[in-house]
Design a protein. Structure first.
Length: 236
């Protein structure tokens, strides 16, 4: 039991520094969500439960409007599928990474957000650290930041009025920070260049409102074709 606890402790210590950029973004984005949810008439309990069991970032923002509208499960299902369809490609990309994770696999799948996906793809645990527990702590800490931000935002929204215009730009800034960090840490920049090139091409072809899913499919296809020519860590 002592060795097992030590294994988890080492993984937590190694994982925490990797999640700091996500913490910076998730705390503020979570707070914005909590404030917005409270403004719609839903209290802190709803903020906590939604962040624990939905934990879908942008979909939680959309859900604040769905909660305020007439009940329409079909429309809610279609909207959720459209907003979160990119996670299908995330899951396919993480098939190899999640092998051998045992009982932790279910939670790793549930907690795979955009930012967590980016960190897991770039971060490799030290040689003496359990990879499954390392990935678990990254995923768990990221969700913890979001939950804390949501609850704090809801509580603040009950006592202070906020103008949240432009606050969601924190998410864009967070993606830039993660991208730059990955670029500096790797010698092979082919995956990053593929991602940028395919995304720009799809943006031009499909337009700003419809390019995301084609871009993710194109990136997955290109990386799959280039995988044999890249080191394992870079290929994902």
């Amino acid at each position: 039991m002592r060795n097992f606890s030590s294994e988890k402790g080492k993984a937590l210590k190694a994982a925490f520094p990797r999640t700091i950029p996500v913490m910076t973004g998730y705390i503020f984005l979570g707070m914005a969500f909590g404030i917005l949810l409270h403004a719609k008439g839903w209290g802190v309990g709803w903020a906590l439960l939604m962040s624990l069991f939905i934990y879908a970032g942008s979909m939680q923002y959309v859900a604040t409007s769905l909660l305020a509208s007439a009940f329409n499960p079909i429309a809610a299902f279609i909207m959720t599928l459209m907003v979160n369809a990119r996670h299908l490609f995330y899951g396919l990309s993480m098939l190899d990474n999640f092998k051998g994770t045992g009982k932790l696999k279910t939670y790793l799948i549930f907690g795979l957000t955009d930012e967590t996906f980016s960190v897991l793809c770039a971060a490799e645990p030290p040689g003496n650290v359990s990879r499954p527990w390392y990935m678990f702590w990254i995923t768990f800490l990221d969700q913890l930041y979001w939950v804390v931000g949501s609850v704090v935002g809801s509580l603040l929204g009950s006592v202070v009025s906020f103008n949240t215009k432009g606050l969601d730009f924190v998410l864009t800034a967070l993606f830039v920070v993660i991208f730059v960090g990955q670029w500096k840490e790797t010698d092979n920049h082919i995956p990053a260049m593929i991602g940028v090139a395919v995304t720009l091409l799809c943006r031009i072809i499909f337009g700003g409102s419809s390019f995301l899913i084609p871009a993710m499919a194109g990136i997955l296809l290109c990386l799959s074709l280039a995988k044999k020519k890249m080191p394992r860590r870079e290929a994902l």
